[in-house]
Design a protein around this ligand. Structure first.
Ligand SMILES: *Cc1c(COP(=O)(O)O)cnc(C)c1O
Length: 225
């Protein structure tokens, strides 16, 4: 069953690339495994898929730490907000940190990477909708922040990431992120989720983060049950 879901999403990605002349040559599917039951993770790995996204450090550790040794080609992206007291664990576990969103986190992650001698590619999260409850750097501060991440903290900023507001057309947010990425001179764009990854690809996304569209509905967290 999961095999089919992965095949369907892969063909939707290919189709979206074909339809959009400006799309990326290679689009990476980050399978968002947060709050999914263990048997689905096992089934997803059995399809051969190796790129996964998680939004909480501790939950990701429980799910993936025991599996890391068996899958040396596993790649884990952190796609949720990071607290500085979790920076050490995040740098140790993940392969890419997509959510550098403020100076404090840039600094903490940089210090940990030096300490662990583990220099991971990062993305800067942009709050394209300027929503007060959402993390991410404001659009008009993005160019300066990316530059500061590079020069002051030595971070390897590969791209920008955004989560558009739920109630708005995502297209203008994808367009804004693409424009900012050009201004910052970063090559990669992480945008698009289950509901809108095809649109995101049309705007140049080369990392799409798909959860429920692959795995089905998520289990509630204990705190949310
Ligand atoms: C949960 C999550 C996703 C996946 O959402 P779906 O709608 O289930 O595809 C993508 N990106 C981030 C940052 C998330 O937290």
């Amino acid at each position: 069953m999961l095999d089919n879901a992965f095949k369907t999403v892969a063909s939707q990605i290919t189709q979206a690339q074909k339809m959009a002349p400006g799309s990326a040559d290679k689009v990476h599917l980050v399978a968002v495994s947060k709050q999914q039951p263990d048997e689905k993770i096992t089934a997803a790995l059995a399809t051969g898929h190796r790129l996964y996204g998680e939004n909480r450090v501790q939950e990701a550790q429980m799910r993936w730490q025991p599996r890391k040794a068996d899958y040396p080609d596993l790649r884990l992206h952190l796609i949720g907000p990071l607290q500085s007291n979790k920076a050490a664990e995040a740098v140790a576990l993940f392969d890419v940190i997509e959510t550098i969103d403020r100076p404090k986190i840039a600094k903490a992650v940089s210090a940990e990477m030096i300490k662990q001698n583990r220099h991971l590619p990062c993305f800067v999260q942009v709050n394209t909708g300027q929503e007060p409850q959402k993390s991410g750097i404001m659009p008009d501060e993005t160019v300066d922040f990316v530059s500061q991440c590079r020069t002051q903290w030595g971070l390897d900023i590969h791209g920008l990431m955004c989560i558009p507001p739920q109630t708005e057309e995502p297209a203008m947010h994808f367009a804004l992120l693409r424009k900012l990425a050009k201004q910052c001179d970063v090559p990669h764009l992480s945008m698009g989720m289950s509901a809108d990854f095809e649109d995101a690809i049309a705007f140049g996304a080369d990392y799409v983060r798909v959860g429920s569209g692959l795995f089905g509905a998520r289990l509630p967290r204990a705190s949310e049950a």
